[in-house]
Design a protein around this ligand. Structure first.
Ligand code: ZN
Length: 149
């Protein structure tokens, strides 16, 4: 899913799926893989496996599987860009400013637009009387009043 060379891809290469998954699931090393109780379905014996070599997870119980992003998307119930951010933050990678915004940023943006709106209103408030004044001046010519000068 992560495009080669993209930020998501770079994060994925630096991220350790075992560490990220390990924050949600208690993992036990079994051979070259890690296993634990699947967070996506109820189970008593661990059928949830994480492969540090392939950097993927797979559950033999419910069939869920994928890379670190698929895991975070399912756990956090979020979209792909959000998952990239979560993984990047867990790995201490600075997230570049992107189109998708966090709730904080969205709020900040809303406040900014409110300010713009207020500014616009203030402008029309000050502009209106000036226009009216200008209109009266040009109107004096149309009414055919005595010319000055
Ligand atoms: Zn499962």
């Amino acid at each position: 899913m992560a495009e080669a060379g993209s930020f998501a891809d770079r994060v994925k290469q630096q991220a350790d799926i075992v560490r990220v998954v390990g924050e949600y699931v208690r993992l036990k090393k079994t051979g070259k893989d890690f296993s634990g109780l699947c967070p996506f379905h109820q189970e008593k014996t661990p059928s949830f496996t994480v492969s540090p070599i392939k950097q993927i997870f797979y559950c033999f119980g419910c069939g869920k599987g994928g890379d670190v992003y698929n895991f975070v998307m399912d756990m956090e119930k979020c979209e792909f860009p959000e998952a990239v951010k979560v993984v990047a933050e867990k790995c201490g990678i600075a997230v570049p400013r992107q189109k998708e915004r966090s709730p904080e940023e969205r709020k900040e943006n809303q406040q900014r637009s409110v300010l713009v709106e207020m500014h616009r209103e203030a402008q029309t408030f000050f502009v209106k009387p000036a226009r009216r004044h200008a209109g009266r001046e040009s109107g004096s010519g149309v009414s055919g009043g005595p010319r000055t000068g």
